[in-house]
Ligand binder design. Structure first.
Ligand code: KGA
Length: 313
């Protein structure tokens, strides 16, 4: 630990941490749990409510900003990273954790991460992640449909630094929840690219559930990616292009979970930059197909290869 709220680690990227899928997001989430456990002196991995029911530090909002060198799908075996993490208090039931994944060769200082760096002056080579986690428990023991906010009694957060209000993601996430989109107003300089695409996804119990029986937070990334890949294929883009995609910004808001047997309807709107056709945004919402309940919203900004990121509808 660098100080009471900060950790730094040297990481050699292993097969379980990188891919064109969601492994890196799962790894960052594990670092969040480890960081919160260390900074809050709470057994995050086996937390219980005061009634003795399991409590989970659930992911409510996951934001990643990719850099020129380190970006989510650009890592490979043996890459060396310096990962710096810092935990901030965010009320009695939630916490915000920030991470910087820097190429080890940059030799950045092991100092506590200044939130202004992530929100205002990111290093162009680094990947930054922002995790907003809320403590939850099941309202009914056998169902993931009604989760409620409950923190374990030993969650101690008062010693953590506060995130300046101007950086709080609450308004952004609240709006995404209200409107089903991180881009309720057209993103500046971008225009809609083609019609919306809608597809269905059947929850895959062989892949999507975590060890606590909840839909795994990293699976939301792969479920959205599955929907996006379908759209890309319908546009004639090859799988190799999809695997090479460079994510410069990705946001996921988690508003509900689901039980085995669930089917999701995922709607994808695309936007592209008029000035830079390489830049494209996928604006996605995932709903329970049976009830229409909004479960998650994602926004992915991709800096693509001009040869396939065409500007046509
Ligand atoms: N439209 C707009 N805003 C709304 C809204 C709506 N329809 N409903 C609620 N809100 C606002 C509300 O005003 C409040 O705002 C905030 O959303 C939370 O609402 O924070 P503010 O500004 O006061 P509320 O009622 O307090 O809670 P809730 O959303 O009903 O319930 C909270 C949880 C976290 C239980 C719920 O959002 C949820 O189930 N989310 C899914 C969490 C999840 O499943 N994550 C992935 C699970 O896996 C995981 O995390 C791990 C660890 N894993 O996989 O290993």
């Amino acid at each position: 630990m660098v100080d009471d709220s900060s950790l730094s680690r040297h990481v050699v990227v292993a097969p379980g941490m990188c891919s064109g899928g969601s492994l890196i997001f799962g790894q960052i989430g594990d670092w969040t749990w480890e960081s919160v456990a260390a900074a809050c002196h709470t057994n995050v991995h086996a937390a219980r409510t005061s009634e003795g029911q399991p409590a989970y530090l659930s992911f409510y909002y996951f934001h990643v900003r990719g850099g020129q060198v380190v970006h989510p799908h650009g890592l490979t075996f043996g890459d060396e990273l310096q990962v710096t993490s810092r935990v901030f208090q965010f009320g009695g039931q939630s916490v915000i954790t920030l991470h910087r994944l820097a190429p080890a060769g940059l030799g950045l200082a092991d100092a506590p991460l200044d939130p202004a760096e992530l929100y205002e002056r990111p290093h162009p080579d680094c990947l930054y992640a922002e995790n907003f986690n809320r403590w939850i428990a099941r309202s009914r023991p056998s169902s993931n449909r009604q989760l409620s906010e409950v923190a374990p009694p030993d969650f101690s957060y008062s010693g953590l630094p506060r995130l300046p209000n101007s950086y709080s993601p609450r308004t952004l996430v609240g709006r995404a929840r209200e409107t089903g989109s991180f881009y309720s107003a057209a993103p500046p300089g971008l225009v809609a690219a083609g019609p919306a695409h809608t597809s269905e996804y059947e929850l895959d119990v062989a892949r999507d559930l975590n060890g606590a029986g909840l839909v795994y937070f990293a699976s939301y990334f792969s479920i959205f990616d599955t929907a996006l890949l379908r759209v890309w294929r319908s546009l004639g883009r090859g799988d190799e292009h999809f695997l090479r995609r460079k994510v410069v910004d990705q946001k996921v808001g988690y508003f509900g979970n689901a039980d085995p047997g669930a089917v999701f309807t995922i709607t994808v709107h695309r936007w592209h930059s008029v000035a830079q056709p390489r830049i494209e945004i996928a604006d996605m919402a995932m709903r329970d197909s049976g009830t229409g309940r909004l479960l998650a919203v994602a926004g992915i900004e991709i800096d693509g290869d001009a040869s396939y990121m065409d500007a046509s509808p």
